[in-house]
Design a protein around this ligand. Structure first.
Ligand SMILES: Cc1cc2nc3c(=O)[nH]c(=O)nc-3n(C[C@H](O)[C@H](O)[C@H](O)COP(=O)(O)O)c2cc1C
Length: 304
């Protein structure tokens, strides 16, 4: 008999623990030409703002050693077009649809959550707190425990289904941030978002990204992400979703052993669009080869 791959996060069942990460899968249309999205545990959409955003001018991405820098600037279709065009497409697949929301004010997050709560096809919200807070001079909401908690508190009573707080790794103490968002009502935590980075062209003596700074992702960040996931999962008693540099089943299994109940695949989708599906097959194979009949039996079982 095949091993059980299904996991549950706050009552929401996932057929397997592999999701696609925000911003690396758009709204799923392109990937659906390559494989059936119903194979996935879930899809996390590009972060949605209330109004559409064009984002930064090019160059927006730059390849680095084992990773990439991006400064996309939250390019997205905005709430109304998402509801009329993208959500119906996603809802046509038998997989969980998690909508990532972003904002520059608490009010924007709250309005998005309230409107999305009416849509039954939105199974959960992932709250991207790595956004500049306009009311605090552009400092990221996720940079300190108090503003991070305030974002979650602002959306908590507007959305009745699972609320996932996505943490920024660009902080001194990730466990403090995790504690603040769960105290404010987050049902689950996903981590990590990208690490701040930059690259300079020595010929032109200018930054390689139009925005100067960007976010580092891909295999280069996996050890940092894994350490943060382990620390948070050990300290905080809500389900944790691991993200960062996952490109193989073995990478994903490391995160599960570290305490993540599920994982998201980001940058790997760009260099291997089939990565999420290969990871699902590889987890199943690992469980069977090691005589586990349930993926839940390996979560958080790393030995010291
Ligand atoms: C091009 C690109 C766009 C991204 N856009 C978003 C976004 O809109 N919202 C968000 O929460 N994370 C965004 N991320 C971060 C990813 O979801 C993920 O947290 C991060 O890249 C680490 O995972 P990875 O190493 O597997 O890519 C983006 C990442 C990349 C590379």
């Amino acid at each position: 008999m095949s091993a059980n791959l299904s996991v549950e996060i706050n009552g929401l069942k996932f057929k397997n623990p592999v999701l696609t990460a925000s911003g690396c899968f758009s709204y799923g249309e392109e990937a659906s030409e390559i494989y059936d999205l119903s194979l996935l545990g879930g899809v996390v959409t590009k972060s949605l703002t209330y109004l559409p955003r064009e984002g930064h001018p090019p160059p927006k991405v730059h390849e680095t050693a084992s990773g990439m820098l991006n400064a996309i600037g939250l390019t997205n279709v905005g709430l109304e077009r998402f509801l009329s065009e993208k959500l119906p497409f996603l809802a046509g697949n038998d997989t969980n649809c998690i909508v990532s929301i972003a904002g520059s004010r608490l009010e924007e997050y709250a309005r998005l959550a309230e409107r999305l709560s009416d849509e039954e096809d939105v199974d959960a919200l992932e709250v991207n707190i790595s956004c500049p807070n306009v009311d605090e001079g552009g400092l990221e909401f996720g940079a300190y425990p108090e503003p991070a908690g305030k974002v979650i508190a602002a959306v908590k009573d507007k959305f009745p289904r699972p609320l996932i707080a996505k943490l920024s790794p660009n902080v001194t103490d990730i466990v403090n941030i995790a504690r603040s968002v769960t105290d404010s009502g987050a049902d689950s935590i996903s981590l990590i978002n990208t690490l701040v980075g930059t690259a300079i062209d020595v010929k032109t003596r200018s930054f390689k990204l139009s925005n100067g700074f960007g976010g580092l992702s891909g295999p280069a960040i996996k050890p940092v992400a894994l350490a943060m996931v382990y620390k948070v999962a050990s300290a905080i008693k809500v389900p944790v979703i691991g993200i960062g540099g996952i490109s193989s089943a073995s990478d994903a299994i490391e995160f599960l052993l570290a305490g993540a109940i599920a994982v998201q695949v980001g940058t790997a989708c760009f260099f291997d669009p089939l990565a999420p599906v290969k990871i699902i097959d590889g987890i199943r194979e690992y469980l069977e080869d090691n005589n586990f009949d349930d993926v839940n039996d390996i979560i958080g079982t790393v030995r010291q």
